[in-house]
Ligand binder design. Structure first.
Ligand code: MN
Length: 697
């Protein structure tokens, strides 16, 4: 077992500034916490976390990760609490240990129904910090190394299968090929001992028959490179039993027929030298057609980069050659860990984005795009979340949604109020409408407006139960009170129409089978009670036969939330200042048109006098859509948006409708105060020199 000073020495070798006291403290804490426990091997339990920590130092990871390795089992296997961990080691380490613990509790082999949910949990546990996954992989690697101590063969097979289906593919997915190879090797041995032994026996046989093959080939290749003046480092590497076995199954061949069992790695200094070395190989040896692959120009999804080619080698055998730089080699072996770990004493960070975000996003892309033919995890458990998409908040938090979810669903997932006031989103930096369907890995920033509220139309495109119930709840709650107050307004309007003083007491609501005034108002506005019937009734109360319109009692449309009991007609889009009139459409409510609108709706029902509001001045905003034809110049866009926003109007949506060499058409939804405000904006736009024309749609 590794001792505390030795562990510190290992970390100091790549991070001279490492906090050695913290390492020592964690080492002691782990020993004390696990003191009474033993492993299946009979050795003290503490051997395990200490070995996991050691494996993490081989990946050159930072001190918090090494400490997490030491402490990764204390939450689950001892009575140390998360709070105690946080007090003793701080919130970062407590968070990491908690993440690893959560990961351990996920049962991947459970029924199909739970698999997607478990994967969701998995991503939630790892998405905030990829180091959680790195610790978990090293934990599993050590468990695999000590698998033979577990007495039950069934149990061993279960662990081996889970490793083969979950952990080895994950290790490969994040580019940790050495870890993957070892996990597969042990798993294969435990799951198929006969085949494992047979393949290894044959490999051994081939080595004996041809024991000089690898060294002779290396010498010959070195000579060719030396003559060409390229400095190289060459190694030969036998393929692992498991990957040979898979290839034998896939290609239906015997071991003897597989002749590229050894791959040769040529490590050079620069990318340019990679291609030079390739040229040297291709000039000196016969190449196998169709085998050349340039993963430097087009890296694999897990960031693997290398040149691959297969030649008829110096001894007339087929030989696979991989050419790469040292840096590429490191990433090929350790993958994500290589990105994370220390290099020259500094943590390597290769993106401007938060590292966790970009790494987990990468992981998602990789998992989701797993349909290339040489994909080994076709049948693994990682292909099971087709019904979900995973998106991110601007700060990198993961939000999982059902497939088909829109910007609105995302907004509701964050908070009910965000959903209720959502007017659009910025997806990966691009403005999109609220009904936009989200894709895996999208980063979504929700845009809200205090003027916004949920509409019935949203129900047609939202997919989450939460969004649906929030919209329903909002509409229901508004609906009742909006229709009630509309009914009251209509009643007052009818009273004044017949020159009567409005009085609730004089209303005989039983006549309309209503038990309360509120029900009467609601049913009237809803159209359940005919407006004409109420009109007749009120008229009958009038002593004056010649009714005169009483102008003070018309319905004020701005007392209502648009889209619930009062609607602005789609045909004529009334905006504040227009002369308006309305009709009561059964079930829908009051529909407001401009007075000269030629829709048939206005002739189908009796007209109701309406006005905008009681005051002349109102600070309620209206949405209008502008079509702006701009000159195709670099500054046009900024100029136009500046004019609109500096006028005090807000832009709620922008899209480009048509684009040509000279012009493009911009469709802009703006919120204006009144027609004069709109007129000012249009005039300013026309005057600016970047705009050819402006129309209100
Ligand atoms: Mn463990």
């Amino acid at each position: 077992m590794i001792t505390s000073p030795k562990l510190a020495e290992l970390v100091l070798s790549y991070d001279p500034n490492a906090n050695v006291d913290l390492l020592r403290k964690a080492y002691m804490f782990s020993i004390q916490s696990h003191s009474a426990q033993k492993r299946a091997s009979g050795s003290p339990f503490f051997y395990h976390p200490a070995e996991v920590a050691k494996l993490l130092t081989e990946l050159k990871l930072d001190v918090p990760t090494i400490v997490t390795g030491l402490l990764h089992d204390v939450l689950e296997d001892t009575n140390v609490s998360l709070d105690e961990l946080r007090e003793t080691f701080g919130s970062e380490i407590a968070f990491l240990v908690d993440g690893v613990t959560k990961l351990s509790k996920i049962n991947y082999m459970s029924s199909k129904v739970h698999q997607a949910e478990n994967f969701r949990k998995f991503l939630l546990a790892t998405s905030k910090d990829i180091r959680v996954l790195l610790v978990k992989l090293m934990d599993r690697l050590h468990n695999m190394r000590t698998l033979n101590y577990i007495p039950s063969i069934e149990k061993r097979k279960e662990i081996a299968l889970e490793t083969l289906e979950i952990y080895a593919p994950l290790a490969e997915r994040i580019g940790m090929s050495i870890t993957k190879d070892e996990m597969e090797d042990v798993a294969f041995y435990n799951l198929h001992p006969t085949e494992y032994a047979a393949i290894n026996r044959k490999l051994e046989q081939m080595r004996i028959n041809d024991n000089e093959f690898i060294s002779n080939t290396i010498n010959e290749l070195s000579r060719v490179f030396r003559e060409a003046g390229i400095e190289t480092e060459i190694s030969g590497r036998e393929k692992k039993a498991y990957s040979i076995w898979k290839k034998m199954q896939k290609c239906n061949v015997t071991l003897e027929q597989l002749n590229d069992i050894v791959a040769f790695r040529v490590i050079v200094k620069t990318i340019q030298q990679c291609y030079l070395a390739l040229g040297v190989i291709h000039t000196n040896f016969q190449i196998m057609p169709g085998k050349f692959k340039d993963y430097i120009s087009i890296p694999k999804l897990n960031n693997y980069r290398s040149l691959h080619t297969t030649i008829i080698g110096p001894f007339s055998q087929r030989v696979e050659i991989q050419i790469r730089t040292e840096e590429m080699h490191r990433i090929a072996d350790d993958g994500v860990a290589a990105h994370w770990s220390y290099k020259d004493g500094n943590v390597v960070s290769d993106e401007n984005m938060p590292r966790h975000y970009s790494l987990i996003k990468n992981l998602l892309t990789i998992i989701k795009n797993s349909n290339s033919p040489d994909d080994i995890i076709d049948n693994s458990k990682l292909g099971m979340f087709d019904d979900e998409v995973f998106c991110f908040t601007p700060t990198g938090d993961l939000i999982s949604l059902p497939r088909g979810a829109t910007v609105v669903d995302f907004a509701y997932e964050i908070h009910t109020n965000i959903g209720n006031t959502c007017i659009g989103g910025r997806v990966n930096g691009k403005m999109v409408p609220i009904r936009t369907v989200l894709k895996n890995g999208d980063q979504v920033d929700i845009i809200t407006s205090p003027y916004q509220h949920p509409e019935t139309a949203w129900k047609k495109f939202v997919v989450t139960g939460k969004a649906m119930s929030c919209i329903n709840k909002f509409i229901k709650s508004r609906e009742k009170s909006e229709f009630q107050s509309l009914g009251l307004s209509l009643t007052k309007y009818l009273f004044s129409k017949f020159n009567l003083q409005f009085s609730e007491n004089s209303l005989d609501i039983k006549r309309f089978s209503c038990t309360s005034l509120q029900k009467f108002y609601y049913n009237l506005a809803r159209g359940n009670i005919l407006l004409t019937a109420v009109e007749m009734y009120i008229k009958s109360k009038s002593t004056d036969a010649t009714a005169v319109l009483h102008p003070e009692e018309t319905v004020c449309v701005m007392d209502f939330t648009p889209g619930i009991a009062v609607h602005f007609a789609e045909c004529c889009h009334p905006i504040l200042g227009d002369k308006i009139v309305a009709v009561l459409v059964p079930q829908r409510g009051l529909v407001v048109h401009v007075t000269n609108c030629d829709t048939e709706e206005l002739s189908a029902y009796s007209l109701i006098g309406v006005k905008w509001n009681n005051d002349d001045e109102a600070d309620v905003a209206f949405n209008v859509k502008l079509r702006i034809v701009m000159f195709n110049k670099a500054e046009s866009f900024v100029t136009v948006t500046n004019i609109i926003s500096s006028s005090g109007a807000s832009i709620t949506n922008i899209s480009v409708d048509h684009r040509s060499v000279d012009f493009f058409d911009l469709l802009v939804d703006v919120t204006v105060n009144d027609p004069f405000h709109l007129g000012e904006i249009q005039a300013a736009l026309r005057a600016c020199g970047n705009v050819r024309s402006v129309h209100c749609l």
